[in-house]
Design a protein around this ligand. Structure first.
Ligand SMILES: [Zn+2]
Ligand SMILES: [Zn+2]
Length: 155
């Protein structure tokens, strides 16, 4: 997994902390721990995965609390929620414009940075009457791990 160097991570964490303060969110121990965990992981974890990682470190943390904190972060624009109809929502502390690659076999999500895919503006009119806030493109395919499993089966 491509993990960022430590100083980039703490820089990102500081920026998110500042974002919390700017949105009037008090930085409780639970929120800080969750934010730190999200910044460290680049695999777009689900709320359940975050809960499993943190339940032993954070006293009194419940699944519901994790969901609630994540929704608060999403509403404040600090974290992006990647919803897909066939899987659980995943969370991403990288709110810079990027797109996603989703493995149809194992559900793994990877980032795709390609500014050529970015729209110049959001569609202004749509027949469904939606107000559009944002967009991201999801490409479905097979991750390297699942490809290698496929190869093994062939040989
Ligand atoms: Zn896969
Ligand atoms: Zn991402």
């Amino acid at each position: 997994m491509n993990s960022l160097p430590q100083n980039t991570l703490s820089e990102k964490f500081r920026r998110l902390e500042a974002g919390c303060r700017a949105s009037g969110l008090s930085l409780t121990h639970q929120r800080r721990t969750l934010l730190r965990c999200l910044v460290r992981r680049s695999d777009h974890p689900t709320a359940d995965q975050l809960y499993e990682e943190l339940q032993n470190d954070v006293g009194g943390l419940s699944r519901t609390t994790v969901y609630r904190i994540l929704e608060t972060f999403v509403r404040a624009g600090l974290v992006t929620k990647i919803s897909s109809p066939q899987a659980k929502a995943r969370f991403d502390a990288n709110t810079g414009k990027h797109h996603h690659l989703v493995c149809e076999q194992c559900g793994r999500v990877a980032d795709l940075f390609d500014s050529g895919l970015n729209l110049r503006g959001l569609p202004e009119e749509n027949s469904s009457g939606f107000i559009i806030y944002d967009y991201e493109i999801t490409f479905n395919g097979l991750c390297p791990h699942c490809q290698s499993i496929g190869e093994e089966h062939k040989s």
